[in-house]
Design a protein around this ligand. Structure first.
Ligand SMILES: *Cc1c(COP(=O)(O)O)cnc(C)c1O
Length: 457
């Protein structure tokens, strides 16, 4: 039997020449797949997509391989054809960002070189890029602190977990009580469960007197979790007022700014986050309002020593004599071991766009959400939930039942015409449009309204 040739590698001086034709194939397949889809997501619902994928992947692990180029082309094309593409303005259900081409190109380099962020000898330059960029981002959150820091995470979920873990370690002995708002992200509840903490207590964080009462009746150490941009409505808790009450009771404060954090880049909207710098930790998620491909999460802390509970030694990664000899100790910057250099795409984006460029993107999507809210507001047969704080607009057909509202969303999904989300607010089901696409035009908003209207009997 003939031995197959050893496939080329992505790195080294020969890597680029091996990659170039393959990247060309990928780019062609992305374009073909998007054209075949012809809309924000594939028509026909789960059965149609599953049939196409199964047809191609009848034998996912064949005894002998298939030609590399056509395998790559066919699978990427099928993925693109069967994707919900957030680059289409009518794909606006979730905090599912359309990534910048620049960030995706940078991520290709991260994949090709494959630095791993658990030891310096696997990531010499990548670890230094992470050092500089995380400190710069932390300084945006904590401008008055001498040495703030930020840990890179896989997203808001991991950041919130780390925040609760660090708070638990600051209060050893007694169980930490988590106090959060009614719209706090579900990952906070799961983190409390995972860490063996009592179930979080809910308090209305927009009512300082009520928060005061809850904290007054809470025994032992407490951590208040406020949200800057809830997932369902984009509302921001009154951070300064929450920080006042929290400080009065000697409780900790974590702010989940997974969605709203990048308002810091906007000159006109930064004030919405006043009080953020009083938090013991802040979750940021640049794969939302940051236009990064997944993953791009951070947990900012006011001083680097706050992350000390994560310190950990493994002989092969950070032996004491290696650290003493000057090799940076990276293991204590995450609970993960092998870790992608997700910082590279972030570093390229921050430096290329600058604060002004990012702030402009943030302002643009927030302004588009206001335009959409205007259209809904003046429409005789649609109800608007409230004026948007960030870039989320909740609306529903006037007089429709919850079932009918949910049906409209599913009909648009199944027809492949629009991807809208759903949210429960004031006890009712609403359609949710999360505007994250800075290229969305007034014309596309009109189309969105017309599609909802056309699905309404
Ligand atoms: C998206 C989101 C999270 C979770 O972030 P992931 O990146 O999905 O893990 C947490 N909190 C809020 C407010 C969010 O919007």
């Amino acid at each position: 039997m003939r031995t197959p040739p050893t496939p080329p590698l992505a790195g080294g001086t020969a890597g680029p020449d091996a990659l170039r034709p393959l990247v060309d194939i990928v780019l062609g397949a992305l374009g073909d797949g998007a054209a075949a889809r012809g809309g924000p997501l594939p028509a026909g619902g789960p059965d149609a997509v599953a049939a196409r994928v199964r047809d191609l992947l009848r034998d996912p692990l064949p005894a002998h391989g298939h030609p590399h180029e056509s395998t790559l082309r066919d699978l990427v094309r099928t993925l693109a054809e069967g994707s919900a593409d957030p680059a289409d303005p009518l794909c606006a259900a979730h905090l599912h960002t359309p990534p910048l081409a620049l960030a995706v190109a940078a991520d290709l380099a991260a994949a090709a070189l494959n630095p791993s962020m658990d030891s310096w000898d696997q990531a010499p330059a990548a670890s230094e890029i992470e050092h500089g960029v995380t400190r710069a981002l932390a300084a945006e959150v904590y401008p008055a602190r001498p040495a703030p820091d930020a840990l890179v995470t896989t997203g808001g979920t991991e950041s919130n977990q780390l925040a609760l873990l660090l708070a638990r370690e600051r209060a050893p002995g007694a169980p930490l009580r988590v106090v959060c708002g009614p719209d706090t992200h579900h990952s906070v509840h799961r983190a409390a469960w995972l860490l063996g903490l009592p179930a979080p207590v809910t308090a209305p964080l927009d009512d300082p007197a009520a928060l005061h009462r809850v904290l007054a009746s809470t025994l032992g150490p407490a951590l208040v979790v406020a949200t800057a941009g809830t997932t369902d409505t984009g509302r921001i808790d009154p951070l300064s007022a929450v920080a006042d009450v929290t400080a009065h009771h000697g409780a900790g404060l974590h702010v989940d700014a997974a969605y709203g954090g990048p308002l810091l880049f906007s000159d006109t909207r930064r004030r919405l986050l006043d009080g953020l710098d009083r938090a013991d930790s802040v979750t940021l998620d640049l794969h939302k309002l940051g236009w990064q491909p997944v993953a791009a999460g951070l947990l900012a802390v006011p001083s680097a020593d706050r992350a000390a509970p994560l310190a950990h030694t493994a002989e092969y990664l950070n032996a004491a004599d290696d650290t003493d000899a000057g090799l940076p100790d990276l293991l204590g910057r995450s609970l993960r071991t092998t870790r992608r250099p997700d910082i590279l795409k972030i570093a390229v984006t921050l430096r290329a766009l600058g604060r002004a460029g990012l702030g402009d993107l943030v302002d643009r999507v927030c302004a588009t959400a206001q335009d959409l809210a205007d259209l809904v507001d003046k429409h005789p047969r649609l109800d608007l939930y409230e004026r948007p704080t960030l870039s989320t607009v909740l609306f529903r057909p006037a007089g429709a039942t919850d079932e009918r509202t949910a049906d409209i969303r599913r009909a648009l999904l199944t027809e492949g015409r629009a991807v809208l989300g759903r949210a429960r607010a004031d006890g009712r089901v609403w359609l949710k449009a999360t505007v994250l696409n800075p290229h969305t035009t007034a014309e596309r908003l009109d189309t969105l309204i017309a599609l909802v209207e056309g699905s309404t009997p």
